[in-house]
Write a protein that binds this ligand. Sequence first.
Ligand SMILES: Nc1nc2c(ncn2[C@@H]2O[C@H](COP(=O)(O)OP(=O)(O)O)[C@@H](O)[C@H]2O)c(=O)[nH]1
Ligand SMILES: [Mg+2]
Length: 398
Amino acid sequence: MDSSFDIITDEEVQEVRSALEDGDLCKATERISEYLEEIENAPLNIAITGESGTGKSTFVNAIRGMDDDEEGSARTGVVETTMKPTPYTHQQYPNVTVWDLPGTGTPHFAAADYLESVQFRQYDFFIILSSERFKLNDIVLAKEIQAMNKKFYFVRSKVDSDLHASQVRRKKTYNEEAILKEIRDNCINNLSDGGIAKPQVFLLSCLELDKYDFHEMQNTLEKELPEHKKHIFLISLPNISLPILEKKREALRKEIWKLSTLSCAVATVPIPGLSVAVDVGILVKAMRNYQSAFGLDEQSLEKLANKCGKDVSELRSVIKSPLVVQEINKELVLKLLSKGAGGALMLAEYAASNIPVLGSMAAGGISFGTTYWMLLGFLKEIAEDAVRVLTKALESDV
Ligand SMILES: Nc1nc2c(ncn2[C@@H]2O[C@H](COP(=O)(O)OP(=O)(O)O)[C@@H](O)[C@H]2O)c(=O)[nH]1
Ligand SMILES: [Mg+2]
């Protein structure tokens, strides 16, 4: 994985080339900037539905990386009586909203009326939760969602309880894999019998979201979301597992060449000790984004420490890059730029040989390579530190 991190990939060179095809840098940067803006502003609305008590509110909190007793979290363990969906905005990414929908378990449940009353059009997809077998209401609802041309996924929640019960009751023959398979097969049969073709069911515990089918679910959602929504979906996921950190790193890396093109096209600040100019504002913003995406800002670190019962200083002790936990501002970025001059020049040369337009800009004292190198390096450091921090957090003290 790391090798692809060292330099711009062939695929990206192709992308830059085609963006700059007609040699018109202005037009190309306009397109890139529109694209980045579209990604940044893409709204993502996720609807959580199912019968009362299935874990909807708990799921809403978990997917936002929150505990149930945190301020701004959804109330759990209470029966919702209102028919109105409650929006929960992501704390760091306000475009992302998880909607806690009213319970579906009423005796005269009418799926079409329900969907109308929760304004189904506004959601990107529905997650239908059940903590046991899927009921008629779940099936009726899924069919209606399909009829409205929307996507849905089934989540079988509380599998931790099933496993625990089995562990207590069948000490000798306990087999986690077998139990999960049995639950999964049951759910799928149950839904197929109800007339749902190829149901997608994910087994989860809202109490330990990173376990069981969470990664499969996240991969599926990512695949099925429209292109411009994938990024925010990935970036806003809670930093609960190493695969998520890896996904975020990859998503952020893919943006770097676009940011670099922009940064050199609107070059503003000359770099001390280096005969090039870049837009430092773009760098500052991107680096701050990385910090919050990986949860290495002060607030996120404290939350993580709390959650795993460790001291913040213990988590911080594994961070190797001094940059990672600093306040990122223009001064810091300028300092770094002047230090990283060697690498930047090397990449500028590389870009010049492969991408003629960028080459002529480099000759004019404007560097694509400087921004590219800088962001790539920072992303690598911060992603590696995020892995170290999470590994430390998950370590048991015994
Ligand atoms: N063991 C276990 N308990 C859960 C899980 N999800 C929710 N709960 C518990 O189930 C109860 C109902 O959850 P809640 O989120 O309020 O359900 P809602 O009515 O669908 O919003 C609460 O006591 C939760 O703590 C889970 O995955 N595993
Ligand atoms: Mg609830």
